[in-house]
Design a protein around this ligand. Structure first.
Ligand SMILES: Nc1nc2c(c(=O)[nH]1)N[C@H]1C(S)=C(S)[C@@H](COP(=O)(O)O)O[C@H]1N2
Ligand SMILES: [Mo]
Length: 318
């Protein structure tokens, strides 16, 4: 597999400032498959598979063996590349994770556009093993690398009017084939992909702005170079390849809710007692296992997440 054959670097050689490799080295290492994509622009490329150092946060980590790297990088939902699970791994070579900026704006005292490498230097990276529970009733256990979204939000100083946080994925049909007009876009989503959280959900210590997994930079198909991960919510809340985080007053539109509001709500907390209209959410299959296991309330993070929803009817606010 392509990613497996990516060049390995001694970790002492790689610091965030030095993630840029010369383009020839990248091409030689990544192989001819990526040639067409990487050739398209002269921008420096971050090699897929470059190591990323992080301090393990045991207090926030599941004590479960991670899903195989091969599974986590070949069985993906990333509709910008198509609706089939294998499409992202096959097609994500067109995504260019450098140069990349993340704009943080809206109802904040200090709006700022961060360069991705500036972000990597500015916030200490943690490794956290979370399970990701897809609304389709499968799950994976992934060692993510990132930092609490809270840390970034505090830096821009949300005003008291800010009640929600809106995430926006990159819009670029050159890089995302399904964003071109035509049959490729079978998923029924409007672009760009959007997601949102209440401010208190976004500020929750479990909510992770994620830049890597399995000790390396995020593979393109997993949402390079930066995505959000909210472990007590269904996977679709974890928007990939984001370019903008806006603090807003009103509940933002979200891609899946716009596409099918009776099936996908704004909250989308993992809840075994609230069925999807077309299937039960009571059990799930961990990728790599045959048996099904019971789905846990808030995906197992009830102690930490339930207090956010005190007094709310979770059947109504699904
Ligand atoms: N931009 C964007 N983000 C996205 C999606 C998508 O189609 N586009 N799919 C979501 C869904 S449904 C899931 S389950 C997770 C999958 O993340 P993974 O491929 O890293 O496991 O990404 C989420 N983030
Ligand atoms: Mo999902």
């Amino acid at each position: 597999m392509l990613i497996r054959h990516a060049p390995r670097f001694p970790s002492s050689e790689i610091t965030p400032e030095r993630l840029y490799l010369d383009r020839r080295t990248f091409l030689a290492g990544a192989g001819a498959l990526l040639l067409g994509a990487a050739d398209a622009g002269a921008a420096p490329a971050v090699p897929q598979g470059a190591p990323l150092k992080a301090t393990r946060n045991d207090a926030f980590s599941l004590k479960e063996a991670p899903t195989k790297f091969e599974s986590a990088t070949t069985y993906n939902n990333f509709y910008e590349f198509g609706v089939n699970k294998e499409d992202p791994a096959r097609l994500a070579g067109t995504l260019k994770p450098r140069p990349w900026t993340l704009k943080v704006d809206g109802l904040v005292a200090k709006p700022k556009t961060f360069d991705i490498d500036e972000l990597l230097r500015a916030f200490p990276l943690e490794e956290r093993v979370y399970s990701l529970r897809c609304v389709e009733a499968w799950s994976m256990v992934i060692p993510w690398v990132g930092f609490p979204l809270q840390a970034l939000l505090k830096r821009v100083e949300p005003t008291s009017q800010a009640k929600y946080v809106a995430f926006t994925t990159l819009l670029d049909p050159e890089q995302f084939p399904a964003q071109r007009k035509g049959l490729f876009n079978l998923g029924g989503l409007d672009w760009p992909y959007t997601e949102g959280l209440r401010v208190d959900e976004a500020m929750h210590p479990l909510t992770l702005l994620t830049v890597g997994m399995y000790g390396q930079v995020l593979p393109n198909q997993n949402g390079a170079p930066i995505r959000v991960v909210i472990p007590w919510k269904y996977g679709f809340k974890s928007a990939k390849s984001i370019v903008r985080i806006s603090l807003v007053a009103d509940q933002p539109k979200t891609a899946w809710n716009v596409a099918a509001s009776s099936e996908y709500g704004f909250y989308s907390n993992v809840n075994p007692e609230v069925s999807h209209p077309r299937w039960s959410q009571a059990t799930e299959r961990r990728i790599g296992e045959l048996r099904r296991r019971p789905t846990l309330m808030f995906n197992g993070y009830a102690d930490q997440a339930a207090p956010l929803y005190t007094g709310m009817d979770l059947k109504k606010f699904y």
